[in-house]
Ligand binder design. Structure first.
Ligand SMILES: Nc1ncnc2c1ncn2[C@@H]1O[C@H](COP(=O)(O)OP(=O)(O)OP(=O)(O)O)[C@@H](O)[C@H]1O
Ligand SMILES: [Mg+2]
Length: 369
């Protein structure tokens, strides 16, 4: 039986098995109220990330721990709700009024799997209950329509001030891409400023509505489009995708430095094509080397969000327009991507907190306690 002192309560709450949420701090930060009323214990938890799929499990974990720690109470009630926190820079309001967080998915080197990661991250977040938008900012090589199986042209309507484009919706996410607006086979032969203009328009002229996360799938490198993006809106942060091999890491460092130079926080590094498990033998092969992503994360003092193995199903899913987190949700790969998406959501939340501490929990005890 735990004493009802502040430190006793905090220590008891720390024992809640929060492995799916990783950090003590977040769970503690999420507990809004610890109340004792009429011999009943009531705990209010407000999760600060999309986690609808986890709420039931978490409620049970809380109850289990609380029953053990506070056996003096006959009844224990746990109320959980989930709400994504908002990036604190208000400038975003004028351009994307309903969007809580804007995220760039970037890499230095091309072909490392940014678009694949952006799509699967977006779908995983949406599956967890978040409202998510995805902007294909790769104007010269849009691949999102193919990866999400989108073909039709977005509809346009006239609002009071201007024309608005309605994003397409698939797998629970809203999507816009230049590939949906111009003919499939017509190459986009535009000058840099026009490409940048298109990305700007995706922010200003698309009816995004209310979103927890708006994700930008960037072209490789650190060119005009990247600069336009960081100059137009205050991004919540950037995620850097790299493969483990040195040539990719060199470029990842450059991308990371570009973002930090313009004061965009880097939320973490995702390593793609980390290893390959041969389906016939189960042997593991480090095709592009090993440990590069976590090494660079340490070197550049940014979190390592996780590593995604090579799997033909990921490529096939991309080509077929069915993301793996949707197609085979129970596969190891889908689990890894989901885990990464939760690590990511956690990092967004940590940035948005800006130093708020765990001490916000309200403790209400009745007269007898
Ligand atoms: N983990 C993976 N396993 C298997 N195939 C993958 C994996 N990640 C990406 N691919 C495949 O590799 C190719 C390149 O991926 P993708 O288009 O996502 O890279 P990118 O970084 O966005 O490229 P670009 O720089 O051209 O925008 C795609 O065919 C994709 O399906
Ligand atoms: Mg791409």
């Amino acid at each position: 039986m735990t004493d009802l002192t502040k430190s006793g309560i905090l220590n008891a709450l720390k024992k809640v098995d929060d492995s799916s949420f990783n950090k003590d701090l977040l769970i503690l930060n999420s507990i809004k109220k610890f109340e004792v009323k009429d011999n009943q214990l009531i705990v209010d938890v407000s999760l600060t990330m999309p986690s609808s799929s986890n709420v039931d499990g978490l409620e049970n974990k809380f109850k289990e721990t609380l029953k053990k720690e506070f056996s003096q109470f006959k009844k224990i009630q746990v109320n959980i709700d989930a709400k994504v926190t908002t990036h604190q820079d208000q400038k975003i309001n004028s351009i994307l009024p309903g969007v809580k967080n804007t995220i760039a998915v970037a890499s230095g080197k091309g072909g490392v799997g940014k678009s694949t990661v952006a799509v699967n991250l977006a779908v995983a977040l949406a599956k967890d209950g978040a409202s998510v938008g995805l902007i294909d900012a790769d104007i010269y090589g849009p691949s999102i329509p193919l990866m999400l199986g989108l073909k039709e042209k977005p509809k346009v309507y006239q609002d009071q001030q201007s024309m608005k484009i309605i994003p397409l919706v698939n797998y629970g996410i809203k999507v816009i891409s230049i590939g949906l607006l111009v003919d499939d086979n017509a190459p986009v032969i535009w000058r840099g400023p026009m490409a940048s203009g298109a990305v700007k328009q995706f922010m200003t002229d698309v009816d995004w509505g209310e979103l927890d996360y708006l994700i930008f799938d960037l072209p490789p490198g650190t060119g005009d489009i990247q600069l336009t993006l960081v100059q137009t809106i205050p991004l919540t942060g950037a995620v850097i995708v790299t493969t483990p091999q040195e040539v990719s890491l060199i470029d990842a460092r450059k991308a990371l430095k570009m973002f930090t130079r313009v004061n965009v926080p880097v939320l973490g590094v995702i390593e793609n094509m980390s290893y390959f498990i041969a389906p016939d033998t189960g042997n593991k092969y480090d095709i592009f080397g090993t440990g590069g992503g976590s090494k660079i994360a340490v070197e550049l003092d940014t979190p390592f969000l996780g590593g995604i193995p090579i799997d033909p199903r990921i490529r096939i899913g991309g080509d077929k327009g069915i993301p793996i987190v949707y197609d085979t949700p129970d596969s190891e790969h889908a689990k890894i991507v989901t885990e990464i998406s939760r690590n990511f959501a956690e990092q967004v939340h940590i940035r948005n907190l800006k130093g708020d501490s765990a001490s916000k929990m309200e403790i209400l005890l009745d007269d007898e306690n």
